[in-house]
Design a protein around this ligand. Structure first.
Ligand SMILES: Nc1ncnc2c1ncn2[C@@H]1O[C@H](COP(=O)(O)OP(=O)(O)OP(=O)(O)O)[C@@H](O)[C@H]1O
Length: 327
């Protein structure tokens, strides 16, 4: 029995299809991230899983039990599944401890451990209107988790957080999985969040899953430019000289190369000549925009030795091996 089975979920009608036959499974403790452009249907998937949005067809089976939609249940939702919305709300001007007390179904010791994991123990006496955005979010999270769910659905939890609060929340999410045995699914617009955290990434476009696989596969072997663009800079190699020198298949997604999949070399074998047009410094590495015979490519370097105007040779990074993208 799978932990979560999502089968052929469709939402919307012919005039506006929001989800079109979404199917995937999630194992217990498998971190799944959902990526996709705005409006691709990511939040709707989470809401259907949580029993908060009604699908037209398909089913969600959670630990062997059917999750029913809001049209079939007086109080929407499923006890074992928590959904942290982008637009969560906390009651106004109540003490944090009161907010948590109303929701809490855990025995005293466990609730205290939860508040420690969520880094909110020091906030219990504060009023809800005296909190930062990051603190409010961790309290909303603790409130959800105090009903002891085993699946947590996080809908863009990092948006609007500064780096400090974001890093705290990342540690909280990691501890929630490890210490409380909760499985998490995450939507994030920042590719770094998904790539560094997930075991599996589902990529959505226009209500469909267009690619799924482990982060390194989705990143290095994107199905197309849409998927590539979601996870960072890329080159679509169209230069005839490069295709020939690098022995790339003109028709396939092999032509999509990340800046670090190219390198600057002194040996002219299997390399094409170019001139550095721009240098972008990012701290631990730089990206060079290099004009080649019939195009421009971006190459990542770590030596900091290149300047605008330099004559260079570009080749494929050594040991680079592309595999077929998983769909
Ligand atoms: N209750 C609703 N009724 C009708 N259409 C809706 C409803 N909620 C969302 N939609 C539409 O469904 C599509 C998918 O929305 P959804 O919020 O799931 O996308 P998303 O990928 O999460 O977007 P974002 O990244 O902007 O949050 C959008 O076109 C949206 O306008």
């Amino acid at each position: 029995m799978s932990f979560l089975e999502v089968s052929e979920i469709s939402v919307g009608d012919e005039a506006k299809a929001v989800l079109k036959g979404i199917t995937f499974t999630q194992k217990a403790f498998q971190n799944i991230a959902i990526a996709g452009e705005t409006g691709s249907g990511k939040s709707t998937v989470l809401k259907v899983i949580a029993g908060l949005a009604q699908p037209e067809s398909g089913e969600v089976i959670f630990k062997g039990q059917n999750v029913v939609g809001p049209e079939e249940k007086l109080i929407p939702g499923h006890k074992g599944i928590a959904y942290l919305s982008q637009h969560f709300e906390l009651p106004h001007s109540l003490r944090v401890e009161q907010v948590l007390k109303y929701a809490n179904t855990m025995p005293g010791g466990e609730a205290e451990a939860l508040y420690n994991i969520c880094r909110i123990s020091h906030l219990l006496k504060r009023k809800t209107n005296e909190l930062s955005g990051g603190e409010r979010q961790r309290i909303a999270l603790a409130r959800l988790l105090s009903t002891s769910p085993s699946l947590l659905l996080l809908d863009e939890p990092f948006s609007n957080l500064d780096m400090v609060h974001k890093n705290v929340l990342k540690s909280v999410i990691r501890d929630i999985s490890e210490e409380m045995g909760i499985t998490c699914t995450l939507i994030s617009h920042d590719p770094q969040d998904s790539l560094s955290w997930a075991e599996t990434i589902l990529v959505m476009k226009e209500g469909e899953i267009v690619q799924q696989g482990p982060p390194n596969q989705v990143y290095t072997c994107p199905l197309n430019e849409y998927v590539a663009g979601l996870f960072g800079r890329y080159n679509l190699i169209t230069s005839e000289a490069m295709l020939k020198q690098f022995e790339l298949n003109k028709q396939s997604s092999e032509r999509i190369l990340r800046p670090e999949e190219l390198q600057i070399v002194t040996n002219k074998t299997k390399a094409v000549p170019g001139r550095v047009q721009r240098v972008y410094f990012y701290g631990s590495y730089s990206e060079l925009e290099v004009a080649v015979a019939d195009g421009t490519v971006v190459v990542r370097v770590t030596d900091g030795e290149h300047n605008t105007g330099d004559q260079v040779y570009v080749s494929l990074a050594s040991g680079l091996k592309k595999t077929a993208p998983g769909v």
